[in-house]
Design a protein around this ligand. Sequence first.
Ligand SMILES: Nc1ncnc2c1ncn2[C@@H]1O[C@H](COP(=O)(O)OP(=O)(O)OP(=O)(O)O)[C@@H](O)[C@H]1O
Ligand SMILES: [Mg+2]
Length: 613
Amino acid sequence: MSTPADWRGVATEDDDDLSASASSFLRGRSRRLLGELLRPHRRELWVLLEVILVQNLAWLAGPFLIGVGIDVAVPALLDGSGGRADPWPLVWTSAAMVAAALADTGLRYRFLVGSGRVGQAVLLSLRRRVFEHVQHLPLSFHERYTSGKTISRLTSDVEALAELLDEGLDGLLTALFSVLTIGVVLLVLDPPLGLVALLGFPLLYLVSRWFQRNSTIAYRRTRQTIAALIVQFTETFGGIRAVQAFRREARNDELHAQLNEDNRRAHHRAFWLIAVFVPAVTMIGNLITVAVLGYGALRVMDGHLAVGVLVSFLLYLRRFFDPLQDIAMFYNSYQSASAALEKLSGVLEERSVLAEPADPVPLPSGPGTAAGELVFDGVRFGYGAATVLPHLDLTIPAGQTVALVGVTGAGKSTLARLAARFYDPVAGQVRLDGVPLDRLADADLRRAVVMVTQESFLFSGSIAENICFGRPDAGRAEVEAAARAIGAHTFIEALPEGYDTDVRKRGGRLSAGQRQLVSFARAFLAAPAVLVLDEATSSLDVPSERLVQRALQTLLADRTALIIAHRLSTVEIADRVLVMDGGRLVEDGSPADLVAGTGRFADLHRAWADSLV
Ligand SMILES: Nc1ncnc2c1ncn2[C@@H]1O[C@H](COP(=O)(O)OP(=O)(O)OP(=O)(O)O)[C@@H](O)[C@H]1O
Ligand SMILES: [Mg+2]
């Protein structure tokens, strides 16, 4: 029975898998990815950096000008030169303050707009890259990497980056700048006071280290728990029929409650850390302020320090501690973002083992056209360590219709997948018209070989759109002809909007057999040289299967076909029957020969004939 611990296992494995690094620095591949994403915006980023630098200086001018106001402008008002009040220092100071405030506002606006634009552009290109990349990764990747994980890469991970770019970047840059510049200003304004202020630093450092270390763990936990939640979501709703059929709802609710609780706890811990850290920093800041005020007052009394400078100093001190808290908060966004970036770059690093060859070999009969001769030459294959097909030699001449039969698990689908290059053999070669499949251009391969499986997937859109999936340029007449040829026309016409019926909205109205007919029409319209049908007729009732068989016979006349069927009626239209057992071909002959013989096919045929009586 699966317990919540299993789910935790999922999440942990997820992290180990792509080793979300807990270190606070980006690892090589993450840094490379970030560099690639930012490179197109180099120029704008430099501009933004300058903007924020100047904006910070304008912002920093405030306390300094207040100090000048107190030390120079106010005394000048009280008793200017010759006992006459001089308003000009005050006018100049005020004017400078207004100018600084205006510059601060305008530059801040420029920065926010600019950084927002860059952030969105980066996210856009990242999302596109991940989507395009993952879509091209081979089936072996998708079998290992569940769709739940893929979804969390494209949603919560991209989201984490978005958060950093939207809010973090602005605050982080501002905070870093102000902490650095104010630190310098403090030491310049009055070195002894500056040193007193620095006395609080070891304490601040210790508190920050504590926070950093714990929040790394806490944040990793929140990301793991949210990933586990997303995986459970996708599995529950992807398998909603099985869930309801087996009354699995209560158990799923329990699991979900557990995962949710884990997630809540992880977030609670993260919030608690912030709740301790922020007031602690404020507290330290207040203590330092008190110390500075006390020591500063003594220095003012001694006449070493002007009151205005002390005021400036205290105001700067305030501005120094606020961003320190911010930096700590950003550290969390930064943590999630860097973990997300690490996982995303891990996915982007996945190389397609089925990559298109750099220098593809053209088909002998010209691009886009294949004769359809399929050869398995000493093929060995296994999905993992275990070998499924030990050694396979098979030649299917162009135009031949081959039926592949055998018990469950014999390796029929595996052979079919190799023919369509969903996988590459471990040893040996699969060749189409003499060209190994891994030397063919993707376009040639996908044009020449089409595989139709039992789970006929229909995409959002109309029935007509679903039929032209493989040939988007096909006209309505061609679509209808294909549907007519395989016997789908009648039922499609009977739908309320015929070929324009939306399969998603009315998807519930299509039966499994009707869906198969649509995907059949799709394959026929694509008109490949080699058609692989893996139990594609299994949901059809006998009359419509017969209909399809008639259509098959005419349509398969000039193409190579590999048909896998548990029903022997489908096998009868084949030129040749292959019987497979334990990954080996054990019989090979025409249907009539095999029926007349004493082999496995004869047994199967007899059992089938008996069942019809
Ligand atoms: N994606 C996969 N990953 C790992 N092992 C697999 C995978 N697909 C199939 N196998 C294994 O390979 C062997 C052959 O499976 P295959 O699907 O080719 O059988 P089949 O003849 O098509 O069976 P069926 O008639 O039930 O469809 C089985 O032992 C199966 O467990
Ligand atoms: Mg199969």
